[in-house]
Design a binder for this molecule. Sequence first.
Ligand SMILES: Nc1ncnc2c1ncn2[C@@H]1O[C@H](COP(=O)(O)OP(=O)(O)OP(=O)(O)O)[C@@H](O)[C@H]1O
Ligand SMILES: [Mg+2]
Length: 282
Amino acid sequence: MDTTPENSSLTSSATGQSEPVGSGVESSASSLLSLRDITKSFGAVQALRHVDLDIPAGQVTALIGDNGAGKSTLIKTISGIWAPTSGTMYWQGQGVQVHTPRDASHLGIATVYQDLALCDNLDVVQNMYLGRESTRAGLLDEITMELATTQTLKDLAVTSVKSVRQVVGSLSGGQRQAVAVARAVMRESKLVILDEPTAALGVTQTAQVLELIRTLSSKGIAVLLISHNLNDVFSVADRIAVMYLGTLVHHGPIANYDRNSAVEMITTGKSDRVPSSLASSN
Ligand SMILES: Nc1ncnc2c1ncn2[C@@H]1O[C@H](COP(=O)(O)OP(=O)(O)OP(=O)(O)O)[C@@H](O)[C@H]1O
Ligand SMILES: [Mg+2]
């Protein structure tokens, strides 16, 4: 197969770029998730054009780009909501087809959408176990679920949720985000995708969510973070991937970017300040 991540990254690193920003051989060889030549059309609209992206384990990759650039379409494709029109996804080096969110979940991909999909009238434990409640002798095993919820929040250093028996509707935005992330983590996720997790949050709550993202990556979990907030991006990301009009125009280590070059790439799709551009096939 000539489309394995290793081979295609060899191709991309052989494009004469002295300091490749993108899918270097080493990063794709160790990638948790690799996308190759992913295209997604909605009728005449090409929302994704030939996207190549490598997401390494245990690192935070920030996905940035202007409104309509294709970020949500990309994560929905990874998460099994949309089937790509063409292209291949590799999970730990194996070609995979993700047809449904359940397929993604089985691989270890958990996506926390902006609306969070929590039930306000249920408590934290009930939300954590929604749809997959533990039972013992036909009865809900409340004690086990409560202990596991408490332990997961503790592992993630979420200390601000006072009681796991509190209804989620009474939590702050940051606490709700923490519950949604904890639920994703409890499902043994290897990749957690967060869509604008701090968009509605104040300063303190934002700091808590960013800390949570750092905790995830320190536990070896990969994070794909969609954010319009460059402060957040530069505070937690190890890598940046930039989308522009459906094309992934740049990706590489955060050290290759600064705020000015990031803004330039978001608004124009290119920047002279970055060592090298990813060779994109448009
Ligand atoms: N279900 C759909 N049907 C038709 N077109 C769609 C659909 N979803 C997205 N698009 C189009 O695909 C393109 C990319 O949209 P997408 O939602 O992925 O952008 P985005 O980068 O997430 O933007 P934002 O930052 O505003 O959330 C847009 O032109 C959008 O209109
Ligand atoms: Mg979006």
